[in-house]
Design a binder for this molecule. Structure first.
Ligand code: HEC
Ligand code: HEC
Ligand code: HEC
Ligand code: HEC
Ligand code: HEC
Ligand code: HEC
Ligand code: HEC
Ligand code: HEC
Ligand code: HEC
Length: 350
């Protein structure tokens, strides 16, 4: 009986120990089985052994012109730094470990599964490849909140990384029809002429000046700048990205708001504070200034939505039939300070 008990105890203890070891082993195994293996293109780097990286000279044997044009990118300086880890060095920093690509060249059905091709990969794969390094500008989470990400657009819709010369004169190229929607890759077929010849020079490796580049997909908005009164984008004094942030991140969330907050970064005085505030100007409503102003361009002076008392009647409809100040409520010498006043509740004087 006692012996039995002891045996049972021993058995129990063995079981407990076994269970414990099992749990340990399981918990050690868990992280791996839970963690998803990295997907393409990160998988190329994750699976690579040091010997899978080749030198740029190897690439040149087959890609001569690409080598020359990569050398003209400001990236060249960075990726040629011998202190970088292997996966951030040379052509392979952007295109993935070379041996893998070269070994699979003869597989006709899937040559592009072993190299990061910015002309064939899916936009989200391209974006992941760029964001391996560019999380200082924005993270994947920031990017995914933008309407461009939701529309399946790639970094390479706007940015070009190989230049045929240092001046970047070859930037304004028309993408192939099939790539227009996602903006993948570049085709070197015909050079695009600028929408506004005086537009500001492109910065940050953009494929073209902003009105030309953005105008590929936003024709209507760009054509609004042709109206008689407009923000001076065609004159090169402003660019689209002064108001629209294509890379919203934690630091410049403000530029995400296209309403009042955005306008008053440059027109601070217009929003007061005033002793007597005019509700639509100073309210925190997201519409704010654009209830009366067109942000891009207008046929009316001061970018107004309409140049008549109709502007005020949008809201003051009670005045439509019993109040005749003349052509417009602000030019007749009455409500001349309609953004707000420090002296007068009817905005007759500043
Ligand atoms: C032996 C010749 C050879 C070598 C060496 C070679 N490649 Fe390639 N590469 C090719 C071929 C062939 C293709 C497929 C071209 C095609 O079908 O359009 C290709 C395709 C590519 C593409 C995709 C092009 C596209 O249309 O988007 C990239 C990027 C690329 N190679 C980069 C590299 C890099 C970087 C290296 C060096 C690590 C390298 N290649 C080494 C022959 C080579
Ligand atoms: C900083 C990232 C980056 C580096 C470094 C880089 N590339 Fe590219 N490569 C790209 C992108 C992005 C494209 C798509 C076209 C473009 O944006 O210019 C591309 C396109 C290509 C193509 C296909 C288009 C073509 O011109 O035939 C080849 C081939 C290529 N690269 C090879 C190379 C080689 C070889 C090197 C090294 C000498 C290199 N790349 C370095 C990003 C890079
Ligand atoms: C291996 C890391 C790495 C990868 C991959 C990479 N970049 Fe960069 N990129 C850099 C670094 C570092 C700089 C800063 C270079 C400098 O200013 O000297 C830079 C600069 C830039 C600039 C700013 C240039 C300027 O004029 O201010 C842009 C735009 C850019 N990269 C876009 C891209 C895009 C788009 C991709 C994907 C096709 C990409 N990069 C892939 C490291 C990388
Ligand atoms: C719709 C066009 C567009 C797309 C798509 C786009 N960019 Fe940009 N990018 C711009 C513009 C415009 C600028 C210059 C103005 C600015 O700095 O906001 C810029 C500037 C940059 C810069 C240099 C300025 C800085 O913040 O350091 C980097 C780096 C950059 N982009 C990386 C990327 C990466 C990575 C992606 C893809 C996830 C991407 N861009 C997608 C338009 C675009
Ligand atoms: C390859 C095409 C393409 C390019 C290039 C492009 N966009 Fe867009 N943009 C889109 C698409 C698609 C949407 C999604 C909404 C839509 O269908 O209009 C969008 C949406 C927007 C929106 C609306 C934002 C919102 O919250 O609804 C703004 C603003 C914008 N883009 C500005 C720009 C600017 C500025 C540039 C140039 C730096 C630019 N875009 C370049 C395709 C493009
Ligand atoms: C002065 C600031 C400013 C400039 C410069 C500017 N925009 Fe806008 N944009 C706005 C505001 C504000 C709105 C929102 C309008 C509204 O809510 O009625 C807007 C809206 C848009 C939209 C979205 C339209 C929609 O129906 O959703 C697009 C696309 C756009 N702008 C593209 C551009 C492009 C392309 C350029 C450069 C050629 C540009 N913008 C320059 C302020 C600006
Ligand atoms: C990046 C700075 C900037 C931002 C942001 C900006 N503006 Fe402007 N705005 C300007 C400049 C520059 C002019 C041209 C001034 C000139 O020609 O003397 C201008 C002109 C105007 C004018 C015409 C003034 C006149 O005398 O005809 C109005 C109205 C105006 N902006 C309203 C707005 C509104 C509304 C917004 C927000 C949607 C806005 N602005 C955002 C810089 C900006
Ligand atoms: C209730 C309509 C209304 C609202 C809302 C409004 N404005 Fe105006 N704004 C006008 C009218 C009308 C004029 C022309 C009157 C004038 O010449 O003083 C004007 C003129 C301007 C001018 C040109 C001033 C000058 O001296 O030439 C700027 C800049 C301006 N507004 C910016 C803004 C900004 C920024 C906001 C938002 C904070 C805003 N407006 C909101 C109606 C409005
Ligand atoms: C988007 C709506 C809106 C527009 C457009 C608008 N207003 Fe107003 N306005 C208001 C609101 C709301 C008030 C504050 C509530 C009130 O007293 O009726 C106000 C107040 C006023 C007042 C002070 C009235 C009082 O009794 O204190 C005057 C004067 C005025 N607006 C003139 C104008 C003029 C002139 C225009 C055209 C240039 C205009 N408003 C356009 C919404 C608007």
């Amino acid at each position: 009986m006692r012996r039995m008990r002891l045996n049972t105890l021993a058995l129990l203890m063995t079981l407990v120990t076994l269970a414990f070891i099992g749990a340990l082993a399981l918990s050690a195994a868990m992280p791996d089985s839970k963690k998803k293996p990295p997907s393409f293109p990160q998988s190329l780097f994750a699976q690579a052994k040091p010997e899978d990286y080749v030198t740029d000279d190897t690439c040149v044997t087959c890609h001569k012109s690409a080598h020359a044009s990569a050398g003209n990118s400001p990236h060249a300086l960075y990726v040629q730094n011998p202190k970088n880890p292997l996966d951030k060095r040379g052509c392979q920093a952007c295109h993935g470990p070379g041996n893998n690509h070269i070994d699979h060249l003869l597989e006709e059905d899937k040559p592009f599964e072993h190299v990061i091709s910015y002309t064939k990969a899916k936009p989200e794969e391209i974006n992941a490849a760029c964001l391996r390094c560019h999380t200082d500008t924005l993270t994947m989470a920031h990017w995914q909140k933008t309407s461009h990400a939701r529309a399946n657009i790639a970094c390479t819709a706007c940015h070009q990384l190989h230049w045929s010369d240092r001046t970047g004169k070859d930037r304004a190229k028309e993408p192939a029809a099939e790539d227009k929607k996602t903006g993948r890759g570049v085709s070197l077929r015909d050079t695009r002429s600028p929408v506004f010849p005086a537009a500001a020079e492109p910065k940050a490796l953009l494929k073209a000046d902003e009105p030309t580049l953005c105008g590929q997909c936003h024709k209507r908005e760009v054509s609004e700048f042709r109206k008689s009164f407009h923000h001076p984008v065609p004159e090169g004094k402003m660019v689209c990205s002064d108001c629209h942030d294509t890379h919203p991140n934690r630091d410049n969330r403000k530029r995400l708001q296209t309403g009042k907050q955005n306008c008053i970064t440059c027109h601070g005085k217009m929003a007061g504070p005033f002793v007597f505030e005019h509700d639509p100007v100073n309210s925190l409503s997201s519409e704010g200034c654009v209830q009366c102003h067109r942000p891009h361009g207008s046929h009316n002076p001061k970018l107004l939505v309409t140049f008549s008392r109709g502007l005020c009647n949008q809201c003051h409809s009670d005045k439509a039939n019993n109040h005749y100040p003349g052509l417009s409520c602000w030019t007749a010498g009455c409500h001349s300070s309609l953004h707000g006043s420090n002296h007068e509740r009817f905005f007759f004087a500043p």
